[in-house]
Write a protein of this length. Structure first.
Length: 264
C-alpha cells in the first residue's frame, strides 16, 4: 500500500506523475522531520468502496481528509486532485463528495439541476457546487449548454456552480505537491493529536498569537514535531490560523498567524 493513497488497479499516467511528485524533496530537513512512519490501514470507508467496486476494472484512490476526519474515496484521478486541493484551500470550511449525501443535500435545498461531484461550503458562508470534468468534455456543445443551466439553477438556491478540470490542477500544481507531503503526516498522527488536542492546540495558538514561521514553532516546541505540525495545519483548517501556502512553497519559512492578522 502506498504511503499516501491506495489504488485497486494499474496506475494511470497521472497517478504515476503523482508518485514522481512524492519522490521529489521539498526541503530535506523539514520533510524528514514531519514525515510519518507507520503504514496506513484500509478504513471502513475504503473497504466499503472496494466491496461496491467488486471485480470491475478501474481504480480507487483515497486519502485521509482532516476536514472530514475520515478517509475520502475518489473514483478518478481528477476527483482525487480536486479533493486534495479542497483540503489545501483555506477559504473552504468543509466539503462532501459522497454521492448519497450530495444528492440528499441538493434535494433538501430544492436544487433541480444535475448532481454535482462535490458540495463545498466556504468560510464566507457561500456554498459551491462543483462538477469535475476534463476540458475536452467541457468543450462539447451539450456540456456548454448544460453549464449555463446549472449556473442559473444554482443561483436560484443561492449557491455558486463551477467546473474543475486538469487546467485547475496545473494552476495549483505546486500547492498540490505540498499537500502530497502534508496529507500523510495528518493521517499518521491523527490518533495521537486527538489524544493530546487540548494541550497541543493551546500551545500552538499561544506560540502563533503573532505571525511566526514553522521553523520558529519547531525550535520552540518540546513536543514531537509531527504532532505540532499536524496541530498547526488542523488549526488552519478550522479557521483559527492562516498560512501563506497559497503563495509560497512549504518550508521552514512558511508563515503562520491568527486568521485576522495581516502579514507581509
Amino acid at each position: 500500500m502506498n504511503f499516501l493513497f491506495f489504488q485497486a488497479s494499474i496506475m494511470s499516467p497521472f497517478q504515476k506523475r503523482v508518485q514522481l511528485m512524492l519522490a521529489n524533496v521539498m526541503d530535506a530537513s523539514l520533510a524528514n522531520t514531519i514525515k510519518g512512519h507507520a503504514p496506513l490501514r484500509a478504513s471502513q470507508t475504503l473497504r466499503s468502496a472496494l466491496r461496491m467496486r467488486g471485480k470491475s476494472v478501474g481504480s480507487i484512490t483515497y486519502f485521509y481528509s482532516a476536514k472530514n476526519d475520515q478517509d475520502v474515496v475518489f473514483s478518478s484521478d481528477l476527483e482525487f486532485a480536486h479533493g486534495l486541493l479542497l483540503e489545501a484551500d483555506e477559504t473552504v470550511k468543509s466539503y462532501d463528495v459522497d454521492p448519497d449525501r450530495v444528492i440528499a443535500f441538493i434535494e433538501g435545498k430544492g436544487y433541480l439541476g444535475s448532481k454535482p461531484d462535490a458540495i463545498v461550503k466556504l468560510w464566507s458562508g457561500r456554498t459551491r457546487y462543483v462538477e469535475v470534468k476534463y476540458l475536452e468534455d467541457q468543450r462539447r456543445k451539450r456540456a456548454v449548454l448544460q453549464a449555463e443551466i446549472q449556473k442559473r439553477v444554482a443561483d436560484s438556491v443561492n449557491a455558486d456552480w463551477c467546473w474543475f478540470s486538469e487546467k485547475d490542477v496545473q494552476a495549483k500544481n505546486r500547492l498540490l505537491h505540498d499537500w502530497l507531503h502534508i496529507a500523510p503526516v495528518l493521517a499518521q498522527s491523527r490518533v495521537e493529536v486527538k489524544s493530546r488536542w487540548e494541550h497541543l492546540m493551546k500551545w500552538v495558538l499561544e506560540a502563533s498569537r503573532e505571525a511566526t514561521t514553522l521553523g520558529n514553532l519547531k525550535r520552540c516546541t518540546h513536543d514531537p514535531w509531527e504532532l505540532v505540525f499536524s496541530t498547526t495545519v488542523l488549526l488552519v483548517q478550522l479557521g483559527k490560523l492562516r498560512s501563506d501556502l497559497e503563495i509560497r512553497p512549504l518550508s521552514a519559512e512558511t508563515m503562520i498567524a491568527p486568521r485576522d492578522v495581516i502579514y507581509a
